[in-house]
Design a protein around this ligand. Sequence first.
Ligand SMILES: Cc1ncc(COP(=O)(O)O)c(C=O)c1O
Length: 416
Amino acid sequence: MVDIFEKIQKNRGPLGMHAKDAHGYFTFPKLEGDISNKMVFRGKEKLVWSLNNYLGLANHPEVRKVDAEASADYGLALPMGARMMSGNSNLHEQLENELSQFMQKEDTILLNYGYQGMVSAIDCLVDRHDVIVYDSESHACIIDGLRLHMGKRFVYPHNDMSSLEKQLERATKLVADTTGGILVITEGVFGMSGDQGKLKEIVALKDKFNFRFFVDDAHGFGTMGKTGAGVGEHQGCQDGIDIYFGTFAKSMALIGAFISSDEQIVEYLRYNMRSQIFAKALPMPLVVGALKRLELLRTKPELKENLWKITNALQRGLRDAGFEIGNTDSPVTPVFLNGTIPEATNLILDLRENYDIFCSMVVYPVVPKGVILLRLIPTAVHTIEDVNYTISAFKDIHENLKAGKYNADKIVTQIN
Ligand SMILES: Cc1ncc(COP(=O)(O)O)c(C=O)c1O
């Protein structure tokens, strides 16, 4: 027998094992000041490429005004209780109605948090007779939803449509015995690599197989499609998405999320989704704030246009400069380099301390050993100068990396 605390002291977890060295700099960094393209890190201004503030709404003057007024009018406590028991309001319902209209779906349910909502929705939609078929690069909230699933789950390699078909054949045979159904789950935009899920091709498979289709479009909502209604709209297959999930945490620069679907399905979720039945409703200022953001998202297409102007300039510039940015076809911009973890650490130090650029770094085990992924998130508040400066800095650090300047034994800069 072991003592749980002793065990934890020995095994700190894959990220926690680096906590001593990384905390406050590589992990849990503090970005201060107004949310924008430039923010303050450790007392010095940095050009920031790591915030999902796609449309630049976080610090939009109209948003700031409404957030402040709603907090003054309602406080943060209202409503007290879960929607079902004592926490419903006209404004919650108005937001749901406006989202349904925007998403061209019959109805919508608000979720307190996207992550928790996805887990709970998956749990709620299927039982042990059903089979879930899902993309191998699905976000942690999908994977955690699968952990609650009592029936079978079949994975297909990322965006591999012939494997998906094989898994659908397997699933179809299985549910013939269990008398269950099939739920296919994928993402609209994959948050690490930036490539889109092949939603249109998956929808087309409905001609051959009987399944329902659930899309987590956290990164696509607000950024993709003519009106910003996401990857389904962009690929012209919104009607084929049976259950659409979007979060407020990215384009909307807020907290909360939603699921839009058929009226009967949303009613079922309202009365069965444990994360919403047994948790306090979204506070009023968040609901009022979401209404304002949705209005701006709808009425100010220039925000999305700006986002795409910066995205295209950044991705074109990086490609022209010879960088490997994978198959992204969304604003998410990965830059793949080759190097060890100590090299990645030195490179980020150089970028942050000497070039004043703040971006996220992803290393093994999230990406294969020997790969360094620098993840850039362009937003509507970045400028073309920011793009040009960053590409030029990236050329420098790439040369340094290739020349071995970031080897483990070399300290490129001292953190004060
Ligand atoms: C694909 C995906 N789904 C769900 C979530 C969770 O959303 P939230 O931040 O609203 O909990 C995220 C956010 O990181 C995400 O990237």
